[in-house]
Design a protein around this ligand. Structure first.
Ligand SMILES: Cc1ncc(COP(=O)(O)O)c(C=O)c1O
Length: 387
């Protein structure tokens, strides 16, 4: 049995539902809700760069939030760009980057990635007559084929776009090895850390990647996105922007007025992760996830996709129930107040490769730091009853 020290910090977690929909968006932390509420309620909401107190408080909020995110990701704060979500930031980034690409250039994406780290690259490449390659996944283990990655990376590769953790089957590629291989080939690396940041400590300085994206609403904050760029890379881009807007630092890519209230909530959520410590969260999630995985693997009518072990994986599992459409299974679980996802969760390449895209994908259950043993027991009991 594990006890959950943080569960009471999530007002949306009442015990009525067992929530396994964290990979699609987690419940918000009390402090994040308070920070958003406070910013809007206390008369400090104002646009930035003004002469009066409220505007200066907003300036400080943004500066402090960038610093906090810099600490969370182990990276210089001047590379932290805020946006509405990861997907919009990816399209803004690849659009700004496109002029640096040309015929003969290659981008390596992976079969393990969410489409938001595939299609923005495909569209930018299409505009510039560059080529996109796909690194294979071993379909039995759900692991990225590192030998294939090494084969694909070469003198024509300009970017490697790779996930830190699969939002479908949970596997975590060896990022250090991938960055090393890409840099040796002369390519830059963007890491999709949307499914990684809620579950592991991220240290951009140690990893050496050139860009990284994540979404705070997957780690207890409000709906928002974060793009971190190496400051020199950021300065070299040609973003689409209006003329009077600042043309220095992260604001170059922050078109229009940001959601300052969201930034206040993001900062509070990031402080929570820093205070608790990602290693503590990872250990707790592993202990809670282990019986869930074992339980599903032990059921004859259940097929688990991807790895059957706990090595280098997020506490996220995709599975099918014999004779049952994944949507029908998700509906049956919802009927007993167990929230899961079904479909492809935009991990389109992987679901297609697994041959599941045509048949409705798979059911996905993901843990968050607030998941407890009772939630796991409820899910297992509900799945067992569908056999
Ligand atoms: C791994 C991964 N990448 C990217 C995204 C897209 O994130 P956003 O909704 O912030 O655009 C998601 C969302 O589910 C995801 O799980």
């Amino acid at each position: 049995m594990t006890t959950n020290p943080w569960r009471s910090r999530f007002p949306g977690i009442t015990g009525e539902w067992a929530r396994f929909d964290g990979p699609a968006g987690t419940q918000a932390l009390d402090r994040a809700v308070d920070a958003i509420d406070g910013y809007l309620r206390d008369g400090v909401n104002a646009n930035a760069h003004g002469t009066f107190a409220a505007s200066q408080i907003t300036d400080r909020l943004v500066t402090d939030a960038r610093a906090t995110i810099g600490r969370l990701l182990g990276a210089p704060a001047e590379g932290v760009v805020f946006g509405p979500n990861m997907t919009s930031l990816m399209f803004a980034f690849t659009r700004a980057l496109a002029p640096t690409l040309g015929p003969g250039d290659e981008i390596v994406c992976t079969q393990l990635d969410h489409d938001a780290n595939v299609w923005p690259w495909v569209m930018a490449a299409r505009d510039r007559e560059a080529k996109v390659q796909r690194c294979r996944v071993d379909l039995t283990t759900g692991r990225l084929d590192t030998a294939h990655l090494a084969e694909l990376l070469g003198p024509s590769t300009r970017w490697l776009a790779i996930t830190g953790a699969s939002n479908a089957v949970g596997t975590m590629p060896d990022l250090a090895e991938a960055v090393k291989l890409a840099h040796e080939a002369g390519a830059k690396v963007l890491v999709d850390a949307v499914h990684l940041v809620p579950h592991r400590r991220v240290d951009i300085a140690a990893l050496g990647c050139d860009a990284l994206v994540c979404s705070p609403y997957k780690w207890y904050g409000p709906h928002a996105g974060i793009l971190w760029l190496d400051p020199d890379l950021l300065a070299s881009l040609e973003p689409y922007k209006v003329r009077p807007a600042p043309d220095e630092g992260p604001t170059r890519l922050e078109t229009g007025t940001p959601s300052y209230e969201a930034i206040a909530g993001v900062q509070a959520a990031a402080e929570f992760l820093l205070d608790v410590g990602m290693d503590v969260i990872a250990a707790h999630e592993r202990a809670t996830f282990s019986p869930l995985l074992d339980g599903l693997l032990g059921m004859d009518h259940v097929t688990v996709h991807g790895p059957s072990d706990l090595v280098d994986r997020a506490p996220t599992v995709a599975f099918n129930i014999r004779g049952m459409h994944p949507l029908a299974a998700a509906e049956a679980l919802a009927a007993v107040r167990v929230a899961v996802w079904s479909g492809n969760y935009y991990a389109l390449e992987l679901m297609t490769a697994l041959g599941l895209e045509e048949t409705g994908g798979a059911v996905r259950a993901g843990l968050a730091c607030y998941t407890d043993d009772d939630d796991v027991a409820r899910l297992l009991e509900a799945v067992a009853s569908l056999g």
